[in-house]
Design a binder for this molecule. Structure first.
Ligand SMILES: [Zn+2]
Length: 283
């Protein structure tokens, strides 16, 4: 889990206006001719969203707006699909984001409405409510927001995800197989509510199960380096290699990306470094 650079909101009003612009489709009037005052009302919801760091609030459901305006904004999101008039919004939000900010497994392919579009129509095309996620994370994230703040997803743009090591992997080796159990380090220097929320995300998105599917493939890429390190330097050599590689991957991805977390845990595992890797990672 990591943060992402916060997108500008300079164009938010222009995007909103474009999304709801009236047009005729199949002889039917679509969109909505909003007044300046109505656009201002939606803009005030954007302000509230930023101030609240994307936390849910009734105001942003837009109960005071005309239902036609709410529906037009909701439907206007479809214009962000490829080839349509707001496709550049989608492209700019996706640009430069190599991996899903939550799982770090796959590239982001979808935009998640951080506050769900189904309940928060006015935020349907607000750039800061649109977060690039991979398909699996987006599908697993519920389309409703829990009342309990301990079950709120982090906002990758607006909330600082702590720049301290908080993801941990516990390694166990048996029957020739390696199991890495990821959890949130109880000793991590983060507030209790942050720890609880991180653990909630880990659980809700089934990250352990998804990482388990990646680990063997990833470790295959490390076989030669681990074996050569052992031949040259024994267990200490393996440990040194794993920590060096973890440092590189932390820099390339981030501190709490599952790969460097796994590598650091393997470096701390005496059995793995001392030769068990040969069973787990056959040449
Ligand atoms: Zn993901």
């Amino acid at each position: 889990m990591r943060g992402l650079p916060c997108p500008s909101r300079d164009e938010a009003r222009a995007i909103l206006a474009s999304a709801i612009e009236p047009y005729i489709h199949g002889g039917v009037q679509k969109g909505y001719a909003a007044t300046g005052a109505e656009l201002d009302s939606v803009g005030a919801m954007f302000d509230a969203y930023d101030v609240g760091l994307g936390a849910p609030a009734e105001l942003m459901k837009g109960a005071g707006l005309s239902p036609q305006l709410r529906d037009a904004i909701y439907n206007g999101y479809e214009f962000t699909q490829a080839g349509r008039k707001l496709a550049s919004l989608r492209a700019s939000l996706m640009a430069g984001i190599e991996l899903c900010p939550i799982c770090g497994i796959a590239p982001p392919r979808e935009l998640d409405h951080h506050l769900p579009r189904s309940a928060y129509h006015p935020l349907a095309v607000y750039p800061r409510n649109l977060v690039p996620l991979c398909h699996d994370c987006n599908q697993s994230k519920s389309t409703s927001v829990a009342d309990d703040p301990a079950q709120h997803f982090f906002h990758p743009y607006l909330e600082g995800i702590p720049a301290v090591s908080f993801l941990r992997a516990t390694i166990s080796i048996h029957n020739g197989g390696l199991v890495a159990d990821f959890d949130i380090d109880p000793n991590a220097e983060v507030e209790a509510i942050v720890r609880t929320r991180l653990a909630f995300v880990l659980e809700r998105l089934k990250l352990n199960e998804r990482y388990a599917r990646e680990i063997n493939i990833y470790l295959t890429s490390q076989v030669t380096a681990v074996r050569m390190s052992f031949d040259w330097g024994g267990a200490a050599g393996v440990r040194q290699y794993l920590l060096a590689q973890a440092g590189i991957e932390s820099g390339r991805f981030h501190l709490n990306h599952w790969q460097p977390v796994l590598l650091r845990s393997l470096a701390a595992h005496d059995g793995f470094c001392g030769g068990d890797f040969a069973v787990l990672l056959p040449a």
